[in-house]
Each structure stands twice: as C-alpha cells, then as structure tokens.
Design a protein around this ligand. Structure first.
Ligand code: NIG
Ligand code: FE
Length: 413
C-alpha cells in the first residue's frame, strides 16, 4: 500500500537515519520542511520533499493535508495504562490535604489499584485498557510502554502482562512491556519486605521470562518503597533473564535510584523530581535516559524535575505521561509537552524531541520510531494549519490534531 500525503504546510521533526537520541544543545534542533509531500510504502516512510518537486507517482491513496503540519507520533516511554477502575476518591483526599505518601501509608494508592485489579477479569481489564489505548492514539501517540505492577502476586502480574501482550497484538501502535512487580509491598508482606523481593526474583521474574511477557524490568526505588540494595538485587535477577532495567527513581526523595540505574545500565531512570548535582553528574555520558513525567508533578502538586540544568549539562532528556490512576490520570502527550515548556522552561523544540525521538530511545525503539526519517515506521499526525510549531504547546487545549496515521494507515478512534 502506497500512501501520498500532499499539501503539508510543514513537516516537523525530520532526522537523519542512525540518530538514536539528541543530547544537550542538539535537543533544540527540530528540522522542518515547508510546503511538502510525504510518501509511505508498506507502512514505512519512503520519501518526502517539496511540493514543487512532486511529479506523477503511482499510489493507492492520496491524503490532502490542507496546509496543516505533519509531526512524528509521540513515543510515550512510561505508562501504567493497564489498570482497573479509577481512584478519584484519593483525588478528593488530596484536595482535603493528604499527600501521596500518606495515602499510600494508609493502604490506599497502589494497593487500592491492586485490589481492584484482582477483582477484575483479564477480558474486562483488556477492554478498559484498550479504551485508553484508543484515546492516546487519537491524541497522537504512536508508541507506548506499558508496565505491570498492580498485580503484586505472580498470578495477577502475569494477568496484567498478558493483557499488555494482547494490546501489542491487536493495537495499531508499537507496544513495549515492562514487569514492575516491585511497585509496592503487598499487604500480606508488610513487615516482610525482603521476602517479597525474594518472591519477585525467584518466582515472578522467571515466570514472566518463561512466557516472554516483558522487555524490561522496573523497580519503584524510593523512600517508603524499595531500597537501593533491593533494587540492585532485582535488576541483577532481571539481567540474567535478558530484561533491561527501567527505574522509578527520585520521585519522593533523593533515593539513590539514579545511581543504581546507571550502574546497572538501565535504559532509563524516570520521574527525577528530586535531583542533585551528583545525580546529574552520574547521568553524564551514560546510556541511561533521564525521563521526566511532568504530568505526575502537576497532578500531585510536586516540584518539577530540573530539566534546564540537565539539558545545560549536556544530557538527552525524554518526556513521558506516566498514565496511571494515582499520580497521572492522563496520557495526553500534548499536555506533557506544554507542561515541559511552561513549568520546566524547555523550548518547544526540546520538548517535542523529548516526547518523540528521545522517548523512542528510552524504550529501545528509536531505530524505527520517533522522527520523520525515510525507512522508519510511518507513524505521524496532521494538524490544523498553525502559524508556527510553538503554537501547538502554546494553544494547549485547542484540538489541533486532525488526522492520525499509524504504520501508514489512517487511525479512526
Ligand atoms: O509512576 N511512582 C510510582 N508509580 C506510579 C504511580 C502509581 C499509582 O499511584 O498508582 C508513578 O507515579
Ligand atoms: Fe510510573
């Protein structure tokens, strides 16, 4: 199937093949091409160029972009979008003054979602999750990482990851799966945390690996959750089974999560609301992507990660939604990009690169996703005509996305 998109006002996010992520000053580079066409063949980007160069071409379908801009789809490298029900009761608790940690200590939070998930069938979980997947696809996301971590028993963690596998098989987006058994200590193990870590390492991880259900292993390495030593143990066990690390680090405290992630070659360390100079230095020259989740800082009223310091220090940062029922009940990557600009003083170019190419890098997908590059998968969206690229994060609630294409086919929600 050959698809031609013509009359594109501006193609945004053109990158050379082989560029896996952008770091430091390069993050402000966002190549564009005005008054353009783009050709897809077999679900991949085949070529693009200026309208005046468009000759006769044999194609199966022509789409008129009507002067709108064409962006590479967002690559959301951190979500928990498989969950049961919702937690707006905690939203009310927070309005009345409780903190995220206080809610967790009272047995709410993640344990609340684990109870709901336990009582929900795999089929129903899939149905609820697919609604969210369709929602984010319509909002411009073309690749997504999804974590387990609301199971907290071997059977329920496997149930979650089977739902992720089914999403991967049926949804038109690229999907990566992460095992997050160490998301919280389940009620039965309170006071026996080491035994739970043992269960994660010796029972859950081998079961997950035996079914090939995960690409990555994650740990919530933070105050009140899992320690650096426990995290290291889980990452080692995961590595033996071929699972690369991605870590929840430095959300609630300067937890040591960044350093342990770098030490174990984690693909990303995520959250980073609490960062010091040592954490930034540890990330320098590392393969590990610092990934920020401003939707969680916004929803929980926390301070934002120091994006400017990180970029100025030469790091290549990524942005993700953290879509989950407790700290970020939204998978809207346009909102994430706007928050990055407004609250973290990232330029629109930096924020868009962080939400596309660098997001793809943070889940091992940047060879095939994250930019407009000949040979990459044809995942992109077309907007209404806009005066400039900056208009998109600026007009942060205007429904600017008109048409979405995934693997070269139009996605209709
Ligand atoms: O990334 N921080 C840990 N985990 C999730 C929140 C999970 C929840 O509250 O349900 C996060 O914010
Ligand atoms: Fe998270």
């Amino acid at each position: 199937m050959r698809l031609l998109v013509k009359n594109i006002g501006t193609i945004v996010g053109i990158e050379t093949a082989g560029c896996m992520r952008l770091c430091g000053e390069e993050m402000d580079r966002l190549e564009t091409c005005d008054d353009a066409w783009l050709l897809c063949d077999g679900g991949r980007i085949a070529a693009f160029g200026f309208m005046e160069t468009l000759g006769d071409m044999a194609v199966d379908k022509v789409v008129d972009a009507e002067g709108g801009m064409l962006f590479p789809s967002f690559c959301d490298s951190h979500t928990h979008l498989v969950y049961a029900g919702s937690r707006e009761q905690e939203f009310l608790d927070k309005i009345h003054g409780l903190s995220y940690e206080e809610i967790a200590r009272r047995g709410g939070g993640i344990l609340n979602s684990a109870d709901l998930l336990h009582a929900t069938s795999e089929e129903e979980l899939y149905r609820q999750a697919m609604e969210r997947v369709r929602e984010i696809a319509a909002k411009g996301t073309g690749a997504v990482e999804i974590k387990s971590g609301y199971g907290l028993t071997t059977a329920d963690e496997l149930k979650m990851l089977r739902v992720v596998r089914r999403i991967r098989e049926t949804a038109p987006l690229a999907v990566r799966a992460t095992f997050l058994g160490a998301h919280a200590v389940p009620r039965d193990y309170i006071g026996r945390q080491e035994e739970y870590v043992e269960l994660v390492c010796s029972e859950m991880l081998p079961a997950v690996a035996a079914e090939g259900l995960a690409d990555f292993v994650d740990v919530f390495c933070d105050e009140g959750f899992f320690t650096v030593a426990q995290t290291a143990r889980i990452l080692k066990a995961g590595r033996k089974l071929g699972l690369r690390a991605k870590i929840h680090a430095n959300e609630l405290a300067v937890s040591g999560g960044v350093q342990v992630g770098v030490e174990y070659d984690a693909l990303s360390v995520d959250h980073l609301e609490r960062m010091g100079g040592e954490e930034i230095a540890a990330l320098h020259g590392a393969v590990t992507s610092p990934t920020m989740l401003p939707g969680a800082a916004f929803f929980l009223g926390m301070s934002y990660p120091p994006a400017r310091e990180m970029i100025n220090a030469g790091l290549g940062v990524a942005l993700a939604s953290d879509y989950n029922p407790g700290s970020s009940p939204s998978g809207d990557m346009r909102m994430v990009v706007s928050l990055a600009c407004i609250r973290m003083k990232m330029t629109p170019a930096e924020a868009l690169n962080a939400a596309t190419l660098n997001g793809a890098y943070a889940m091992g997908l940047s060879r095939d996703y994250g930019s407009i590059t000949a040979g990459k998968v044809a995942n992109f969206f077309i907007t209404a005509p806009m005066p400039s690229v900056a208009f998109m994060p600026y007009a942060y609630t205007t429904p600017l996305i008109r048409r979405v294409f995934l693997a070269g086919e139009e996605f209709v929600a």
